[in-house]
Design a protein around this ligand. Structure first.
Ligand code: NDP
Length: 448
């Protein structure tokens, strides 16, 4: 984690010291500080007014015990978190992740990324993230319900439609949002848009389910068009088989691409004829089964244990949609060697810094998650707007707004990269463009 700029070096050292044993958070901060060096050189006010120091310190961290009872009547204890990182440009906004790997450092990294992502959408939303080390996999509906109700019994004290509006992430989909929204409504005696990703019968927005995956493809399509390419006729490798992966697969296919892979945390499928998405939706969204079951109805497809092998499959476009750091240096080299010309991240911080360097050195178009996957939170903000208005927009209206947001976002990111002398460097573009709006708001408030 080396810097040319001594102020940035010292700040990074302080972040590491104050947040020990949180490598994902260090990685996320490092990447942003790296990109901001030219901005603070040109505008020393951001250093002089202490904006960067404030920005790397969360406004508030809430950490709590979540007791619940399993189906055998045994008491189980999990940990809950909500990191309210920045409310500079709007109420905290960001998903909840339920996964056994969750600890404070993961939530902090995600909340930090969310600040810039939310700023890039052009909508008035601040950065936050939360979750628990609870693993919904293998739990009955009743166990998930009891856990969600207990989780919300504590979290409801700290959130609100104008304060903090959580949503879904890994392990949190429509079922979990329903249980949590029901509990919030009961405890607060209010029907307000305090969570997004709600069901359509109780305040959800059309397109929210599809938004992250669709938005990822809209961003990628803009990026490809700028160099005279597109999805049409391209072979696409996608990882994951959850919410983001499924709808990225759907949109990439609609735009003329052939998606040949999907994965879960056990392994991946390779279907050279193109993935049959209706089968995957049935397996994952309805039956909650493993991706290997795809071969039962599609025996010509191949299944391999382990996740990283998915990046060894030759493709033109790679859309990682599973989890952080899922593409390491070796996987990035394999993608480049096999002719991949574009990588756009559906998952947050999908690629290690070494992998990003491989892509950028090889001239691969590379879009970081905080830009490419912003369609989910943007549509969540549209859900908030509809809730405030007590109104619903049609699928076409929301989809059209999402497409416009992702096109504007792409132009904003690519414009910022060009302005700071690194055209095509979407990492710098996203960090700079996301930072400026937040930093200028913080300056306007005085000491924050
Ligand atoms: P889901 O829980 O719906 O799906 C996650 C998928 O990734 C599953 O197939 C899961 O496999 C796999 N996965 C999760 N963890 C790992 C792991 N450690 N190693 C390998 N595979 C793993 O989550 P989402 O689709 O909602 O989220 C996917 C990514 O997209 C995350 O990084 C999330 O932060 C990001 N994102 C999500 C948004 C949203 O709107 N949902 C918005 C913006 C970003 P398995 O079932 O075996 O666990």
């Amino acid at each position: 984690m080396h810097f040319q700029n001594s102020y940035m070096s010292e700040l990074m050292e302080r972040v590491i010291k104050r947040n020990p044993a949180e490598p994902e958070f260090h990685q996320a901060v490092w990447e942003v500080l790296q990109s901001l060096a030219p901005v603070v050189t040109a505008h020393p006010k951001y250093i002089n007014e202490g904006i960067l120091e404030s920005l790397v310190e969360p406004e508030r961290i809430i950490k709590f015990r979540v007791p619940w009872e399993d189906d055998n009547g045994k008491v189980q204890i999990n940990r809950g978190f909500r990191v309210q990182f920045s409310s500079a440009i709007g109420p905290y906004k960001g998903g909840l992740r339920f996964h056994p790997s969750v600890y404070e450092g993961i939530i902090k990294f995600l909340a930090f990324e969310q600040i810039f992502k939310n700023s890039l959408t052009g909508l008035p939303i601040g950065g936050g993230k939360g979750g628990s080390d609870f693993d919904p996999k293998g739990k009955s509906d009743n166990e998930v319900r009891r856990f969600c109700q207990s989780f919300m019994s504590e979290l409801f004290k700290y959130i609100g439609p104008d304060t903090d509006v959580p949503a879904g992430d890994i392990g949190v989909g429509g079922r979990e949002i329903g249980y949590m929204f029901g509990q919030y409504k009961r405890l607060s005696n209010e029907f307000t848009g305090v969570l997004t990703g709600k069901g359509l019968t109780y305040g959800g927005s059309l397109v929210r389910t599809e938004a992250t995956g669709y938005g990822l493809c809209y961003f990628t399509d803009n990026m490809l068009k700028d160099v005279g390419k597109g999805f049409d006729g391209a072979t696409v490798a996608i990882s994951g088989s959850g919410n983001v992966a499924i709808y990225a697969c759907e949109k990439a296919t609609q735009l003329g691409g052939k998606v040949v892979t999907l994965s879960d945390s056990n392994g991946f499928i390779y279907d050279k004829n193109g993935v049959d998405l209706s089968c995957v939706k049935q397996l994952k969204e309805v039956e909650r089964k493993r991706i290997r079951e795809y071969l039962v109805s599609h025996p010509h497809a191949e299944y391999y244990e382990g996740c990283s092998g998915v990046w060894q499959i030759p493709c033109d476009i790679a859309l990682p949609c599973a989890t952080q750091n899922e593409i390491d240096e070796a996987s990035a080299k394999a993608l480049v060697k096999n002719g991949c010309f574009a990588v756009a991240e559906g998952s947050n911080m999908s690629s290690t810094p070494q992998a990003v360097e491989v892509f950028q050195t090889a001239g691969v178009l590379y879009a970081p998650g905080k830009a490419a996957n912003a369609g989910g939170v943007a549509t969540s903000a549209l859900e908030m707007s509809q809730n405030s208005m007590r109104y619903f927009w049609s699928f076409e209206e929301v989809d059209c707004k999402l497409r416009t947001i992702m096109t504007d976002l792409y132009r904003n990111v690519s414009g910022a990269a060009a302005e700071y002398g690194v055209p095509g460097d979407f990492v710098t573009g996203a960090n700079v463009a996301g930072f400026l709006k937040v930093a200028d708001s913080m300056l306007a408030y005085g000491l924050v």
